[in-house]
Design a protein around this ligand. Structure first.
Ligand code: SF4
Ligand code: SF4
Length: 447
């Protein structure tokens, strides 16, 4: 295994094989500074905002809570506590629509004033603090992967003893169209992000770090390089070709280190841990300021919102609060998504709350979002050419439709990362990812 990345020519930027080139629509917000909107009057904190076990409520109606106070947790290791994002009174523990679908238990808090913080105890110097304390702090702060996966970070920071980790990659790709939250964070908050990267690398005992950023963010590449020089951090900032899904972990590792994660494997199988820039920012705020994860940067954008912005949103804010902060929806708006258009989830109710995985709220009119009618497959093979996981999307969708799930399993349906590239290129508008998601779910029920 070669720890140093291969140089792929002086002009060509690095990338992975296959993938697609959707219009990026980032110009709506890529020059918009992060704004701090007024605090919401009410927040709704879902007890499940992460991969793993949902929390159980630790508070009851009538309890007074401070910003940062833990209001829900599970005893299971693969889980993450959730915290009050405003100072106020618990109104109810209730079941409401969740932005990833269905309804879920949430803690409703009515704000009573400005922030009074319930801070975590922080070390005097993270550079000398025992590693276990830092891991525990990351866990207590409720930090999960903010790139969209929402996998608990403390679990990622504890790889099994037989996995030798020798490289850390900071993921600054943000390859989904429209989203610019990570981009703005790198331009405006580079030092905090790099501090978080230093903390994560120390906890993992890794000396080699890399920062991967797509070439459509030249100011972010410049800002991160300048900050590395200023603070004396010897980490290469690697420009990556702007191509979707460049920010998916497996593609990022291939592009940066020329290592291939085996089918069904994890980055740690090739000695790598990847974290998103937003996660690194949250780690700094927890370890140096004692702040649990109660806010994140959200891009509110699209041709369906009056004033597109990047906002620092409190977790639990209703989407409608952020939409109002952006001067509301246009009359002709027909779709709202959480996340980008490739992997995002359509929303039908603006009362749903911002969760830790809410990277963006995309509001579009038909002029951008309308897709044509679904037509029969013309066997053009475009979906196969686009799939960076080397799957046969058309076959997997068809096998799911015919309920031949074991055959779909043999063809690797579980290796699909649900990036949406196949559906994006399909001239027949076949909802390939939806079929594959259904197939994965049904197969998991069989096993
Ligand atoms: S089959 Fe899965 S991994 Fe391949 S392009 Fe489609 S969604 Fe992406
Ligand atoms: S891209 Fe669409 S039409 Fe072409 S082979 Fe795949 S499923 Fe069929």
């Amino acid at each position: 295994m070669d720890p140093m990345p291969k140089i792929v020519g002086a002009v060509k930027t690095r990338t992975f094989k296959k993938g697609v080139h959707p219009t990026d629509y980032k110009a709506f917000t890529n020059a918009e500074k992060i704004e701090y909107p007024p605090l919401p009057d009410n927040v709704f904190i879902p007890l499940q905002q992460h991969i793993g076990e949902p929390g159980r409520p630790l508070v009851s109606p009538g309890d007074e809570v401070k910003t940062g106070q833990c209001v829900g947790r599970s005893d299971k290791y693969v889980s993450s506590p959730v915290h009050a994002s405003v100072t106020g009174k618990v109104k109810a523990i209730t079941t409401l629509p969740h932005p990833v679908g269905a309804r879920a238990q949430m803690v409703h808090i009515q704000r009573t004033g400005e922030d009074e913080w319930d801070l975590l105890p922080v070390p005097e110097d993270w550079r000398t603090e025992p590693l276990e304390n830092l891991r525990e702090l990351v866990q207590e702060a409720g930090i999960v992967g903010l790139g969209g996966a929402a996998f608990p970070t403390h679990v990622k920071l504890s790889p099994p003893a037989d996995k030798a980790i020798d490289a850390f990659i900071l993921n600054g790709c943000e390859c989904e169209p429209y989203l610019t939250a990570d981009h703005r964070a790198m331009v405006e908050l580079a030092e905090k992000i790099l501090t978080g990267m230093g903390i994560l690398m120390r906890v993992l005992g890794v000396e080699k770090g890399y920062i991967g950023i797509e070439t459509n963010k030249p100011d972010a590449i410049e800002a991160m390089r300048a900050c590395c020089t200023r603070i004396g951090l010897d980490v290469p900032v690697i420009p990556l070709q702007t191509k979707y899904p460049q920010g998916a972990e497996k593609m990022l590792i291939q592009a940066v280190l020329d290592r291939k994660v085996p089918a069904g494997g994890l980055p740690m199988d090739v000695g790598v841990i990847v974290n998103n820039v937003g996660t690194a920012l949250a780690v700094t705020e927890a370890v140096t300021e004692g702040k649990s994860l109660v806010q994140r940067i959200v891009t509110v954008t699209g041709n369906g919102i009056n004033t597109p912005k990047n906002v620092m949103a409190r977790i639990g804010s209703p989407f409608s609060h952020l939409v109002d902060c952006c001067d509301g929806l246009k009359e002709e708006t027909s779709q709202v998504f959480m996340g980008g258009p490739m992997m995002g989830i359509a929303q039908f109710d603006l009362a749903v709350p911002v969760i830790k995985a809410t990277s963006g709220i995309i509001c579009t009119t038909d002029s951008i979002s309308e897709k044509g009618k679904t037509l029969p497959c013309i066997r053009c093979g475009s979906c196969i050419s686009a799939c960076s996981m080397n799957l046969l999307p058309t076959r997997l969708a068809r096998l799911t439709e015919m309920k031949q799930l074991e055959a779909a399993g043999e063809l690797g349906i579980d290796h699909c990362i649900e990036c949406g590239s196949c559906a994006f290129v399909c001239p027949s508008q076949i909802p390939l990812v939806q079929w594959i998601r259904v197939g994965k779910y049904r197969l998991s029920q069989l096993n």
